[in-house]
Design a protein around this ligand. Sequence first.
Ligand SMILES: CCCCCCCCCCCCCCCC(=O)SCCNC(=O)CCNC(=O)[C@H](O)C(C)(C)COP(=O)(O)OP(=O)(O)OC[C@H]1O[C@@H](n2cnc3c(N)ncnc32)[C@H](O)[C@@H]1OP(=O)(O)O
Length: 155
Amino acid sequence: MKQSSMVFRFLAEPTDVNFGGKVHGGVVMKWIDQAGYACAAGWSGHYCVTISTGTIRFHRPILVGQIVEVSAKIAHTGKTSMQIFISVKCGDPKTQSMNETNHCIINFVATDQAGYPVEVPSFVAKTDEEKRLEAYAIKMKEISIQAESLLQELG
Ligand SMILES: CCCCCCCCCCCCCCCC(=O)SCCNC(=O)CCNC(=O)[C@H](O)C(C)(C)COP(=O)(O)OP(=O)(O)OC[C@H]1O[C@@H](n2cnc3c(N)ncnc32)[C@H](O)[C@@H]1OP(=O)(O)O
């Protein structure tokens, strides 16, 4: 059976921190990309590339020494693309209570060795939560595609 989810857990390190002493947004985005890639590659059995991501809003900072959990799950699949739902949480490892810092949909395409898109196994949402995430993922993919032509449309 294909693996449809992946969880990374690790400590935020001093090398992850920006000048304000909090974890860089770009570092968080790298973690999102890595967890999304691992999930997409595991599901498709192919190398995958990031094609786009939905909005990422940072709700709260991540501090050095906190435990970080980046969970990735398949929310929807197209013919060659996979929409991965990512949730990032952090917390004090001593208390084990975690709060979500942000979530997003990140879109990957499975590719062959020449870099061309290849078909991926279909994901079937079964639970109410999976169906809710799938509806969200479909909407976010549409928004990503529409956003590509927005600048030209505005003249
Ligand atoms: C300090 C130390 C650092 C060390 C650090 C180590 C890193 C440790 C490794 C980590 C690992 C991470 C790895 C990540 C992977 C990369 O980071 S990859 C790098 C960034 N991404 C790229 O370079 C991709 C560049 N783009 C491409 O190559 C081509 O556009 C693609 C993706 C192959 C697509 O080709 P295409 O001919 O445009 O394909 P097309 O048939 O039009 O569309 C394909 C699918 O995309 C969908 N699509 C099109 N536009 C969009 C859109 N805007 N949004 C969503 N879907 C779209 C289409 O609807 C279609 O979906 P399906 O209907 O088939 O399901």
